[in-house]
Design a protein around this ligand. Sequence first.
Ligand SMILES: Cc1cc2nc3c(=O)[nH]c(=O)nc-3n(C[C@H](O)[C@H](O)[C@H](O)COP(=O)(O)OP(=O)(O)OC[C@H]3O[C@@H](n4cnc5c(N)ncnc54)[C@H](O)[C@@H]3O)c2cc1C
Length: 460
Amino acid sequence: MNLYAELLRIIGDSERVSVNATVLEQHGKGVAYHDLHLPDVVVFPVSKEEIVEVVKFANQHSIPIVPFGAGSSLEGQIIPVTGGISLNLTLMNQILSIRSDDFIAVVQPGVTRSQLNQALKKYGLFFPTDPGADATIGGMAATNASGTNSVKYGVMRDQVLGFEVVLADGSIIRTGGYSYKSSAGYNLTGLFVGSEGTLGVFTEVILKLHGIPEETSDVKVTFPSIEAAGGAANLLLKAGLSIGKIELVDDKTIKAVNAYKGTSYREEPTLFIELSGSKPDVENSMSIVHEIVHDEHCVSFEFENDSLKRAQLWEARHQAALAIMAANPGKGHMVTDVCVPLSELVNALKHTRKTVDKYGIDAVIFGHVGDGNYHAVFSVDTNNEEYMKKVKEAHKEIVQFALSKGGTCTGEHGVGIGKKSFLVEEHGDSLFIMKGIKAQLDPNNIFNPGKVFDSIPVRS
Ligand SMILES: Cc1cc2nc3c(=O)[nH]c(=O)nc-3n(C[C@H](O)[C@H](O)[C@H](O)COP(=O)(O)OP(=O)(O)OC[C@H]3O[C@@H](n4cnc5c(N)ncnc54)[C@H](O)[C@@H]3O)c2cc1C
């Protein structure tokens, strides 16, 4: 069968069905370290009706379909490991409605978070989920993304109220709705969030919105040890302050940033804190933060209200991953993503640094200290088998430590290709339920095969 000709017949527009080598490559690699696998064809649908036709055709012929948003996911989620169709959803980028009095927006999946926030400004509203990349809402929902704002607003699963989804047989279903709460049956919306393109294609997403806080101030505090920084963070969280973000970066990471940027930030464990809310709340929180961190023997304390200077204050945190990337041009990047109970975070960070040093490899480490999620970022040459082996072993030890404390192998990036092996250990005897759901919804395994699980049960 000539797949290109068949898809061109369905879409009817040669501009939106591509076998161009560059386009195929853009849809076959991802931004991390995973191997390239090209799709056979890339399709750019503009309507749900087109998606339905493509999915029906693919299901009939058991052809893999990999939904594609901005392609910024870090676990090889968009790589078509068995070829087939890459379904690029970026042309479905309409904000369908903003119901400002309901604090709700309805969007197509290709809308990006910055596009949405730009449109929301005039209503005094914003959408809080902030992965570092300018990802699409469809991709963010499919990976249950979060970021620095999650300590205050929660993760993507907390923001999605409902979906319109095209299922493997081409039928369209709606989940959830426009109410903030529902106890009506199983939470299918929550199930599709984090499904990594393996259960269906989102064609509409209903999102919760939030008011833009009146005041925002930022604080950077350094400590003599990571224990002191972690202890202070814990006290700050317990104090019930207006914390919008709270991030912890270790001294070696600051050192890497200084080397990359030519800066002279203090090379000590550092807490980056954003306070947001009403002016009196933020002012009151600021004075309590000052008091607590001094009681906890901080070494230095800086704060800023001005928006430009606030961004500068965060530079060492925001440049952390770039520092290691810049120091290792041409290499791939492997990012660990464990999440542990809050009381274990300092121990976990120390364990990770020790593990990295033990293997003689290089990594920057930074954590979302408000939710126990943190990353070690490695630069890797995938052809260097010995180095890859060490990185993989270190990753395994980091995950096993997290699991031994009741944590998870991935707090926000998802499973994709890179973390499949950890799911058995993490979910044990409940994994068969997940596989059963996949087999029920996608019996021909057309949606993003080879991701999340290695195999699914075959229905007789
Ligand atoms: C520099 C950098 C920093 C990052 N920081 C963070 C961070 O702080 N927090 C965080 O959570 N992530 C972070 N990420 C990872 C990434 O931005 C997120 O995983 C993001 O949610 C991916 O969105 P995307 O639009 O790029 O999706 P893609 O990468 O295109 O796709 C991701 C997954 O979603 C599926 N998918 C896409 N669209 C649909 C759809 N319409 N229907 C069904 N499935 C779909 C795909 O099949 C794939 O499995 C970072 C990435 C980079 C490069």
